[in-house]
Design a protein around this ligand. Structure first.
Ligand code: AMP
Length: 194
């Protein structure tokens, strides 16, 4: 299963990907986690990315594509993957398309988690207090939501225009949202098998 999870920051992509990966038997690839690991490791790329991330903006497409290409080349990704946090703009969606075509591994499904902004702001405030992620402070969350609306929302339209997008209500109990995603994936598989 090669799946892209779309959704605004705080929509639950990471939480749901972590729950789905065992059932699907594929790795959870979070570009945000990879960038945070680079920041924590103090690599040159991490140092460059940190300021951009703290400001709630997007790190350069080149850095992300290189990082993703390396990650998808690892053995565990041959079985598939759950991509969380990528693609985040149309250029990345296009780059992903080309990369996967080259690897002969097209996407099976794209699921978008829909959560109202007011709920997202509340969730990120809780995460800010619990985890202390600098970009979860309320001002930066508002900026990230702006970046999402401007740059990432068109990515959902891009997949919708190809009949690839499944929209799932991301509000509710964790298990309930997971079950909704699993149903959406079954619908997608049934449609693909025609
Ligand atoms: P996330 O954990 O997915 O919310 O990502 C945290 C931050 O990492 C984002 O606000 C961006 O600054 C950066 N980031 C993660 N994924 C990407 C991406 N695909 N393109 C550009 N920046 C990204």
């Amino acid at each position: 299963m090669r799946l892209v999870l779309l959704g605004a920051p705080g929509s639950g992509k990471g939480t749901q990907a972590a729950r789905l990966k065992t059932a699907l038997g594929v790795p959870h690839i979070s570009t945000g986690d990879m960038l945070r690991a680079a920041v924590a490791a103090g690599t040159a790329m991490g140092l460059k990315a940190k300021a951009v991330m703290d400001a709630g903006q997007l790190v350069s497409d080149d850095i992300l594509l290189g990082m993703l290409e390396e990650r998808l080349a690892q053995a565990d990704a041959k079985a598939g993957f759950i991509l969380d946090g990528y693609p985040r703009n149309l250029a990345q969606a296009d780059a992903l398309d080309h990369l996967l075509a080259r690897l002969g591994q097209p996407l099976d499904a794209v699921v978008k988690l829909e959560v109202p902004n007011a709920t997202i702001i509340g969730r990120c405030e809780i995460r800010f207090k619990a985890e202390g992620r600098a970009d979860d402070n309320p001002d930066t969350v508002r900026k990230r939501l702006g970046v999402y609306a401007e740059q990432t929302a068109p990515v959902a339209d891009f997949y919708a225009s190809r009949g690839k997008l499944q929209v799932v209500d991301g509000v509710g109990e964790l298990a309930e949202v997971t079950a909704r995603i699993e149903r959406a994936l079954q619908n997608e598989a049934a449609a693909a098998n025609g």
